[in-house]
Design a protein around this ligand. Structure first.
Ligand code: NAD
Ligand code: USQ
Length: 384
């Protein structure tokens, strides 16, 4: 089975491409490498030294004998996208190729526009290319749990059954995203749903929670295969950031009260969820939605867990409740369903002391690469 991984040079995409290749899928990577460009623009670097994509792929082939095709280009360029699809002829397309940072999208108007054009136009191009020539191909699209926001009722997987004035229907779950980035994912979901309803395409929208961890079986095989691990205030995400902060003796940056609750998952489960989605494709005409996370944590509780694990390793870890640069609820109800991937056979790697130990030790190993000036958040959601 041929799988095209769009965004295969990124954090989730790189781990997924190698995992699928290792399991016998014929894998191609399409990536514009724009994320490396955004890092340069912001003057940030991942904690880990990542090799150029061509070297990474050569090393993978040398180690395993498994080739991965590479297509460097931008999916907002329709001609390039069409040509690539015709060359590779995928059975499934996994689409990670978007601007994925909420703070990046909130820097200013320009970054909001870059985010929404890149994400919405890229996905729209993909839908048209599939409609034209690959209508049977299965699109596995990375969405986000943040599409739902934090409603005061249980969050279902994509749809909710509503009774209204004596009539009943199952409708898309209401969306209340918290950043221009999260909004771009909502726009994508509407476009993909439309393409399934009107053109009969098949798609799975994976509303993923916050991913943590860095090692997978494949990326741990060799230093040249190492994955990116972002810790800066723009691209770094909560738990990964906390472990790196703990490793360098920086107080953990909890925004506001820390009662913000989100879905989380280990990167080893990200790759497995993608495989489960590919192996069990959505039927033609269906816009299927899975909530892709394994556990719910509040940010304050995560900080306490990292503090405890850091103390056990002899690190002195403080927690600092900063003024929240974002506009979001800091105490709220949050109960999201996540049974569909479990029903397909997902066996979650739950957050454990040993994972925190390994992430903390990993961060200690690369601590010299940390630029302390990049840790505090600089992007504000507030009007001025
Ligand atoms: P990343 O920035 O590490 O990787 C994204 C990759 O996509 C980069 O290599 C980038 O160069 C590429 N890309 C972006 N726009 C492109 C375009 N127009 N054409 C071709 N390539 C393009 O991000 P990630 O953390 O791996 O996230 C991957 C996907 O998963 C995103 O869609 C993100 O929204 C989603 N997601 C991530 C997380 C997380 O915690 N990292 C959580 C939930 C959902
Ligand atoms: N937070 C802190 N301190 C930090 C970083 C974050 O308190 O140092 C808080 C934020 O205010 C927020 C929560 O932690 O309440 C999550 O923030 P995050 O930066 O870890 O994650 P987020 O901005 O939501 O985005 C990340 C990925 C995005 C993905 C999303 C999944 O960058 O691509 O879509 O997680 S979810 O959160 O479920 O929407």
């Amino acid at each position: 089975m041929k799988v095209l991984v769009i965004g295969g040079d990124g954090y989730c995409g790189w781990a997924t491409a190698l995992y699928l290749s290792n399991r016998g899928y014929e894998v191609g990577i399409l990536d514009s490498l724009v994320r490396r460009h955004w890092d340069n623009e912001l003057g940030i670097e991942t904690l880990t030294p990542i090799a150029p994509i061509q070297q990474r792929l050569q090393r993978w082939q040398d180690l395993t004998g498994k080739p991965i095709d590479l297509f460097v280009g931008d999916i907002t360029n329709y001609e390039f996208l069409q040509k690539t699809l015709h060359k590779f002829e995928p059975n499934a397309i996994v689409h990670f190729g978007e601007q994925r940072s909420a703070p990046f999208s909130m820097i200013d108007r320009e970054h909001a526009v870059v985010t929404q054009v890149n994400n919405v136009v890229g996905t729209l191009n993909l839908l048209y290319a599939m409609k034209e020539d690959f209508p049977d191909c299965h699109l596995v699209k990375l969405g986000t749990m943040g599409e739902y926001g934090t409603p005061n009722i249980d969050i279902e997987e994509g749809y909710i059954t509503i009774e209204h004035n004596g009539r009943k229907d199952t409708l898309p779950y209401p969306k209340q995203p918290g950043s221009m980035y999260h909004l771009s994912k909502v726009h994508d979901s509407h476009n993909i749903h439309f393409a399934c309803r009107i053109w009969g395409l098949r798609a799975t929208d994976l509303n993923q929670g916050v991913v943590y961890g860095v090692l997978t079986e494949e990326t741990g095989m060799d230093e040249l295969l190492i994955n990116r691990l972002d810790y800066d205030g723009v691209f770094g995400t909560a738990l990964n950031r906390f472990c790196i902060q703990a490793a360098i003796g920086h107080p953990l940056t909890v925004y506001g009260k820390g009662g913000q609750t989100r879905g989380f998952l280990d990167i080893r489960d990200t790759v497995r969820c993608i495989e489960l989605a590919i192996a069990n494709p959505a039927p033609s005409g269906e816009f299927r939605v899975f909530n892709q996370f394994t556990e719910l944590f509040s940010i304050g509780d995560l900080a306490l867990m990292v503090k405890k694990a850091g103390n056990a390793l002899g690190l002195n870890v403080e927690i600092n409740n900063l003024d929240n640069p974002r506009v979001e609820k800091e105490e709220h109800y949050f109960n999201a369903k996540n049974t569909k991937l479990l029903d397909l056979g997902l066996q979650p790697h739950l957050l454990s002391d040993s994972l925190l130990d390994s992430l903390l030790n990993f961060a200690v190993k690369y601590q010299k690469r940390v630029d302390h000036k990049q840790i505090l958040p600089k992007v504000s959601w507030h009007r001025n």
